[in-house]
Design a protein. Structure first.
Length: 256
């Protein structure tokens, strides 16, 4: 398994996990990488709607896992970038699969489509967590700054540790600059008990974009676009300081 595979997960709904996942994918694709998005959220598939292809997809991930169709045939090429593909989530909430089936499906898609980075989006870790953990290279836990989400991120991290998920990192979504009641980044890290890899600022335009299937590059504030680019660069092996390139932000205020 030589390619990068990133698992995005959260233990609490409403933190913007899937929105972050698709925008991270777009940022990686903009760097010339060929990206596959895989929707493994068995509670409610959303990536096809976020990406505006809900009426285009014919097959879903269950068709691939059960070998009814090949992965490259099931994958939808996305309109947002010629470097992005999607394997849609299954509608059945009781979908289970062994790690070997998932590995075979991902390997086939990566080989046939020339994929270099795969992002797997799931809800809270469930009965398939061990299978997913065994085939990915990185795990990204998404939280927002509120106390309940941070507590859920802590629980998620402990669960992931139990199933040997690799390189578990924390991304804070909807971070509000100049919000005095918001916990400090250091406090968030301490509460979640996970290493921080990225911070995405609060951006009202993102809610509009999510409804329209528009990604951050087309609609978001410049600092939001920069945040996704920085996160993408880190996952591609580059060292990027937190808040580097942000406009109107004194980064020293938030990292000390």
């Amino acid at each position: 398994m030589s390619r990068n595979r990133i698992w995005t997960v959260s233990a609490k709904g409403g933190v913007g996990k899937s929105t972050l996942c698709v925008n991270l994918a777009r940022a990686i694709a903009a760097m010339g990488q060929r990206v596959l998005l895989v929707d493994l959220d068995t509670t409610c598939r959303t990536l096809d709607m976020l990406l505006g292809v809900e009426n285009t997809a014919i097959y879903d991930i269950s068709d691939v896992l059960k070998k009814r169709v090949g992965a490259s045939t099931a994958a939808v090429r996305l309109p947002q970038s010629e470097n992005m593909y999607l394997l849609c989530g299954a509608m059945q909430c009781d979908l289970t699969f062994p790690a070997s089936a998932l590995e075979e499906a991902l390997t086939q898609a990566e080989r046939d489509l020339g994929i270099t980075v795969t992002l797997i989006d799931t809800h809270a870790p469930d009965r398939n967590a061990a299978a997913v953990a065994s085939v990915v290279t990185d795990t990204l836990v998404i939280t927002t700054p509120d106390t309940l989400s941070l507590r859920a991120a802590e629980a998620c991290g402990l669960f992931l540790q139990g199933c040997d998920a690799p390189r578990v990192r924390l991304a804070v979504n909807r971070f509000r600059f100049e919000e005095p009641r918001q916990p400090s980044l250091r406090s968030m890290i301490d509460t979640a008990g996970l290493r921080l890899i990225g911070v995405i600022p609060e951006d009202p335009e993102m809610a509009f974009a999510q409804e329209k299937g528009i990604l951050a590059k087309e609609s978001a504030e410049p600092n939001t676009v920069m945040a996704f680019r920085s996160l993408a660069l880190r996952y591609c092996g580059e060292t990027v300081p937190l808040f580097s390139g942000f406009r109107g932000i004194d980064r020293r205020k938030y990292i000390t």
